[in-house]
Design a protein around this ligand. Sequence first.
Ligand SMILES: [Ca+2]
Ligand SMILES: [Ca+2]
Ligand SMILES: [Ca+2]
Ligand SMILES: [Ca+2]
Length: 283
Amino acid sequence: MSNESAIWSFRSRACRALMVMAVAAWALPSGGCDMDPEPDPTLSVHSSAISYNGHDYLFVTSPKDWYSASYYCESIGYELVSVNDSYEESWLHQEQIAKAPYDTKWWIGGNDIPYEGTWAWNDGSPFTFVNWWPGQPDAKYSNEDCIVDGWGQQWNDWACGNQAYFICEQPNVSSRNLNSFTYETGATSNATTNTYQYSIYASAGQVVTAGTCGIFGGSVVYGDTWLRVKNPTGGEIASNDDSCHGTASNISFVAAATGNYTIHGGCYSNNSCKGTVAFIVGP
Ligand SMILES: [Ca+2]
Ligand SMILES: [Ca+2]
Ligand SMILES: [Ca+2]
Ligand SMILES: [Ca+2]
C-alpha cells in the first residue's frame, strides 16, 4: 500500500464497510457514506433489464451519488456501465433519451479515484474509448473523479458526491469463462507465507488474469490484498500488491508451459484481509 493510495484506502474501507452492511440489510444508502437504515422508496429501476450485444443493462431513474450508484449495481450483480466503443455509446444514448430528457445527467462507471488522471472502468474492461465534452476532463474543483454523461451526450468529470441517474451493466460472465474464489488470511508477510492457494490449469501460451480488482467479480472485502503466482515447478512468476482501487491487486501472465499455476492469496505486511479473486484463462 503506497502513500498516495492512503486517502482512497481510508475512504474505500470506511465506505465499503458501511455499504456492505447497508446492502446486506437491503437498505440502500441515500448518499455517499451516510447510512440510511430505511429502504429507499424513490429508487426505481426503469423497466427491466434490456439486452444489447450480449450484456444486460438497467437504467435507474432515481438520482444517487456515484458511490451509492456503484454499490447499488454491485448489490444486484452488475457494475456501473462501461462504455467500450462508439456503438455501445450510441445505443446507450438512444435508450437514455427514451427515458429522460436530453442532457439529463447519468453516472457511468469511469473514474480516476485511485490515481488522479488515470481513468478506468469499474468492471475492469480496458479504458480505450472516450467521449469527453470539449475541455473535459478539467478536474475543475480538484476533486472531480467520476464520469457523468449528459453534456450534449458527452462526458464530464464531476464530483462523485453529486446526484445523477445511472446505468448498470452486467457483463456476460459465462461467455468469458470467468471464475473466482474467496480467501481470508493473515500474517502472510506480504503473501510469502500462510497464503490461501488456488490452482488454475492453463495451457502453454494462454493468458491468465486474476485480481481482487480490475476484473469483473474481483473485490476486497476488507484489508489490503497481495497476490503472487507460482508456475507448475514452483517458481514465482508474478506478484502484485496495489494494482488498482488503492489496495487491491491484479496480475496477468502468459503460461510458459502447460500445467497448474498456483495463485497465492495473501495480505500486505502481516495484516489480515479478505478478498474475492476473479480470474479468467484467456485464449
Ligand atoms: Ca460496456
Ligand atoms: Ca480527477
Ligand atoms: Ca469537469
Ligand atoms: Ca494490496
